[in-house]
Write a new protein. Structure first.
Lengths: 354, 213
């Protein structure tokens, strides 16, 4: 396979809606590193040096076009004083909510990044990755959007009560969360992150109906994204994107992480040259894919989304699950190498690589 | 029929706009006209079915599904005693969240199951496999509803099935939650009897399972 571009050049070309040498492959490894090292998820994420080495190892092994400094979503609530529950073979989960009662929101104060060992460790990882690769491979940092973070801070049910029935407390929490999000994103960019993935599953009509999102979370997302001093990708973490595509484009984000539930061809047509697409392999199904199924899924996705650039191949949720067999990942890599070369001769028509 | 369609439409609008008072008013009108809770139940079931189907195709949001369930639960809780309505021969149903601490799905399903007049025992969330099995035995549960959010938790359901088999427990196992929505065959892999795609589907499955030999 002939690859003329660095990963950074390849990704930047795709983001500019040009066809690079091949389709960029963005395998988002976080806890998968613990599987690679055969140690517990908790031990893995507590060792910044090991995470750096493993990120570099996995990137090289699977020819991914990015490094990913993300550990787990609950890390942010940890910084707010929340509980994190570790499991052996999956992402750490938020435990008991941070607040017992919504009326406790006015007493919340903005956490200092410097007081959170977990966040500082991510900054160390980001710096280490930057030292190792310079500008040759994009380093993707992650923040939770202010609008989606309360699911972990409060629990889903109290958050819906806050969102629908307690507008003043909602505004108070959103102001704090937005300030935290901007601080955290900009700290990662200062440490060497190339771009920030802005996880916002609640922006999807899968979770919150569009009319409510546009009244509540959307203005806040626009304000927050505008204060982040670097490129961003908005990721709806498996939620459908098409109904809110125009609004997300207007929020001035460079890329959107789309869902396995989206109509890829329609999304591609609607997105045009206005935003790049990141997605949308089904990570849950992936754990049982055969080689033939993996090839079929990857070629089908390339056929629909890759023509003309503006597409980066990834999973739909923002993380490769721990249970995905290495053989499936190797097949994805090999299929992108074989069928993702631009110009996409042989895959744009009726031929099927499967 | 036309009147019932109008009542379902009015109830649908009330639930989607989270209008508790208006929604209850619709159901009370149904009850007053027909003097029967079964007609109220039918309006609830059909409306929640429409909302569940709407979520499947992206017309409605999870928050609307949730709030609709909660509103129905509240209204039914107020109206049931007035009608002294108890479902005869209700199977004993248990519900719990395995490992995870996110109980939204459980709350939705529990609300709808209760609204249908079934007896349901809530085992809580963050439960281990052993706790789930022990509670199933202690309460002599006929149908166990297991909700999960994370993939590793979903895969652990296999251990519940193994313990059921080892102990000769015949309780039927219905699973639900995000991992099962992303992979349509996962429920079979973990040894469940059925995949509860949404709350109204769960009702149909319960009725089917408890009448099956």
């Amino acid at each position: 396979m002939k690859n003329d571009m660095t990963s950074m050049e390849r990704v930047l070309a795709a983001l500019s809606h040009q066809e690079p040498d091949r389709v960029p492959l963005m395998l988002l490894f976080s806890l998968y590193g613990a599987r690679e090292r055969q140690i517990s998820v908790k031990d893995y994420f507590s060792d910044a040096e090991l995470v750096i080495k493993t990120q570099l190892l996995l990137q090289e092994k699977y020819r991914s076009d990015c490094l990913y400094s993300f550990a787990y979503a609950a890390l942010e609530t940890e910084a707010w004083g929340g509980e994190v529950v570790f499991v052996d073979d999956g992402p750490p989960n938020s435990g008991e909510p941070l607040l017992d009662r919504l009326d406790d929101i006015p007493g919340l104060t903005l956490p200092e990044l410097a007081d959170s060992p977990g966040l500082l460790r991510i900054l160390d990882i980001t710096q280490g990755l930057k030292q190792a690769v310079g500008d040759s491979i994009p380093i993707i940092g992650v923040v939770m959007s202010p609008f989606s973070l309360p699911v972990m801070q409060l629990g889903f049910e109290p958050y819906l009560e806050l969102l629908y029935f307690r507008p003043e407390l909602f505004a108070r929490l959103m102001a704090l969360n937005s300030a935290f999000c901007v601080n955290w994103a900009n700290a990662q960019l200062a440490a060497g992150a190339t771009a920030i993935c802005y996880f916002n599953p609640l922006a999807s009509p899968t979770i919150i109906e569009k009319a409510t999102y546009l009244k509540t979370g959307y203005p806040l997302d626009c304000q927050t994204l505008a204060k982040i001093k670097g490129p961003t990708a908005t990721h709806l973490a498996s939620g459908i994107t098409l109904p809110v595509l125009d609004e997300i484009i207007a929020s001035k984000t460079a890329m959107i992480g789309f869902s396995q539930g989206d109509d890829v061809a329609l999304l591609k047509a609607r997105a045009g040259n206005r935003i790049a697409l990141l997605g949308n392999l089904n990570g849950i199904e992936m754990i049982n894919w055969t080689t033939a199924k993996a090839r079929e899924k990857v070629t089908s996705l390339i056929r629909q989304a890759a023509p003309g650039g503006g597409f980066l191949l990834s999973d739909s949720h923002g993380e490769i699950p721990y249970q995905v067999p290495p053989q499936v990942l190797s097949t994805i890599t090999e299929t992108v190498a074989e069928w993702g070369q631009y110009p996409l001769n042989g895959i744009g028509g009726d031929q099927d690589a499967s | 029929m036309e009147q019932q369609a109008q009542q379902i439409q009015a109830f649908l609008v009330g639930l989607l706009s989270m209008d508790r008072i208006g929604s209850e008013q619709v159901l009370r009108e149904v009850a007053a006209q027909r003097q029967s809770f079964s007609d109220v139940e039918q309006v609830i079931t059909e409306t929640l079915g429409l909302i569940g189907e709407g979520w499947e195709v992206g017309d409605y949001s999870l928050s609307q599904v949730y709030m609709s369930g909660v509103i129905c639960e509240e209204i039914v809780g107020r109206m049931l005693p007035e009608f002294r309505m108890v479902r005869k021969n209700s199977p004993k149903i248990g519900i719990g969240v395995l490992i995870d601490h996110h109980a939204l799905g459980k709350r939705i399903v529990k609300a709808v199951v209760q609204a249908e007049g079934f007896e349901i025992f809530d085992f809580g969330y963050g439960l281990s496999v052993d706790e789930m099995v022990e509670k199933t035995m202690a309460y002599r549960i006929d149908v166990l509803l297991v909700s999960t959010l994370m993939l590793p938790s979903a895969l652990k359901i296999k251990e519940i099935r193994q313990q059921f088999e080892a102990r000769g427990i015949t309780t039927r196992l219905i699973v639900g939650g995000a991992p099962f929505r992303f992979d349509n065959s996962l429920w079979q892999q973990v040894g469940a009897d059925a995949d509860g795609k949404n709350a109204t589907a769960v009702i149909e499955i319960i009725e089917r399972l408890v009448t099956a030999p």
